[in-house]
Design a protein around this ligand. Structure first.
Ligand SMILES: *[C@@H]1O[C@H](CO)[C@@H](O)[C@H](O)[C@H]1NC(C)=O
Ligand SMILES: *[C@@H]1O[C@H](CO)[C@@H](O)[C@H](O)[C@H]1NC(C)=O
Length: 142
């Protein structure tokens, strides 16, 4: 009984701290940067993102259109989002998927950071803050 009330006390404290620390949100963005001058022409992409409890999209994006959504990292720091992007006009020939966000443990602070992803002709690029843009995933052919 004593241990249980101690546990509940600590648990309550953790929840209080976390709701305070996590006053803000983080954001994921996905942008269509497929070159409209490519021989395939301008193409839409279809994008959706998922976590254990949420599904955002699908959204259809034209060249330079952006999908954006905010989220809160859970107190355990286990929040993770995966995104799937399919290339139009068929949406079944080329697709890609990537881990768009993965929390790194307890008490991650959501501070308005944008985790920006771009679909380009040669793959998926990640960009955040002052970091250089990095290619982190390839397209897969069906
Ligand atoms: C991330 O994307 C948003 C929405 O397009 C943009 O306003 C912001 O400048 C981008 N951040 C970086 C670091 O590129
Ligand atoms: C993408 O594919 C190329 C060629 O197969 C490979 O060299 C590269 O490592 C891959 N990049 C990623 C981020 O998986």
């Amino acid at each position: 009984m004593k241990n249980l009330s101690k546990f509940l006390f600590v648990f309550g404290l953790l929840c209080m701290i976390s709701s305070d620390v996590q006053g803000d949100r983080s954001f994921i963005t996905v942008k269509n940067e497929l070159n409209p001058k490519d021989k395939a022409g301008p193409r839409l992409i279809m994008a959706y993102c998922k976590s254990k409890n949420n599904m955002i999209g699908p959204r259809y994006l034209k060249f330079e259109e952006i999908m954006i959504f905010g989220f809160k990292t859970n107190v355990w720091g286990t929040t993770e989002f995966w995104c799937v992007v399919k290339e139009g006009p068929h949406y079944n020939k080329r697709y890609g998927s990537f881990t768009a966000y993965k929390a790194k443990g307890l008490f991650v602070k959501d501070d308005g950071t944008k985790w920006n992803w771009s679909a380009k002709d040669d793959g998926f690029y990640f960009h955040k803050g002052n970091m250089p843009s990095l290619k982190l995933a390839n397209w897969t052919m069906n």
